[in-house]
Design a protein around this ligand. Sequence first.
Ligand code: PMP
Length: 361
Amino acid sequence: MTSFSDLPIRDDLRGKSPYGAPQAPVPVALNVNENTHPIPDDVVADIVQSVAVALRGANRYPDREFGELRASLAGYLGHGLDASNIWAANGSNEVLQQILQAFGGPGRSALGFAPTYSMYPLLASGTGTAWIAADRGPDFVVTPEHAARVVREHRPDVVILCAPNNPTGTPLGLDVVEAVYDASQGVVIVDEAYHEFMPEDAPSAITLLPGRERLIVSRTMSKAFAFAGVRLGYLAADPAVADALRLVRLPYHLSVLTQAAAIAALRHSDEMLATVHDIVAQRDRISERLGELGYDVHASGSNFVLFGGVSDPHATFLALRERGILVRDVGIANHLRVSAGTEAETTVFLDAMAELAASGR
Ligand code: PMP
C-alpha cells in the first residue's frame, strides 16, 4: 500500500502524524474540550432563520470583509474595540494558521511553552515555521522572568502564549504577556480559547492591546459559546494585523452560512454563554472529587482538568472507553485530561473513576 511518505511530499512533512483526537461515537465524550450542552431551541430557530435568508443570496460570493460579523464580535468583546480591530476565520486554528503564514514561514520561528496546545507545532510545520518548545516551571506555571529570558535567547518571530493553557488548564498572568512583549520583536499571540471559563474578574490580554501593535489576542466560539461545529474563531488586535492577514487568507474564506450563523448566535450571547457557570461548577467538582480519590489535580481556569497519579494512562483510557467515556491521553506521563461535561456526564465519569481507583488504577 502506498504511504503518503512515498509520494513526492515536502521532506519536512514526511513521517509526521496529523491531528487525530478520536471521534468515536460514545455516550460520554469528554476528550476535546467541547461544550457538551446543546444550543437552546429558541436560539437554534433564530439561527436557522438567518441561515435561510443567507442561503437566498448564496449564488453570490460572501462578504469578503465580513463587516457585520466583525462588528458583532467587537460588540461582544467590548473594551472599546471596533470592527477594524477584529479578524475571523474558520476556527481559531485557521486564525493561528493565517498569523503563522503572515508572520512565520520559512527561515522564521515560533515559540511556545510546552506542554501546550498540540496544534501549535503542527501549524508551524504546515507553514514551514521552525517550532521552539520552551519549558514551564513547577506545576506548569510560566513566570515573567523565565518567559522573557527564553524569548531573548531564541528571538522568535512569533510567540504563542496559551491562556489558560491547554492541556494543563494553567492560567497565565498578564505580567507574562507584558514581559514577553517587551522582550520580543515579533508578534505575540495570546490564545484565549478558554478565557470565558476564568473567574469573572480575571482580566483578558485584550486590556493590553492599546499601544501594543504586535500583540494579538485570539478567541473562539467553539468552547464557551457551544459553537464548535460551526467553526468560527477570531482575534482582536491593531487594525494593521488584519491588513497583514488579508495577504494570506483565501478570498471569501468565511461562507455566507458561517457568517449568518455566527452573527445570529452573537445576538444571543447571554443565552449561548448561559452554561458557562454550570461547566465551571462541574470542572471544580471534578477537581475536588479526583483529589479525594488520590489523584494529583492541576489548577484549571478552563473547561477541563488535567490530573496526574494515573499509573497507566492508556489502561485507564481504555477502561473508561469500555464504559462509554472518552477522555484524552495528552502524552504527559501518568496524566489524563478530562473535559467538564453536563452534570449527568460528569457523574458517569466520576463514578467510573471511583470504581477504577478502588481497584487500584
Ligand atoms: N486554541 C486552543 C488552546 C484550543 O484548545 C483549541 C481547540 N482545542 C483551539 C485553539 C482551536 O479551536 P477552534 O479551531 O475550534 O476555534
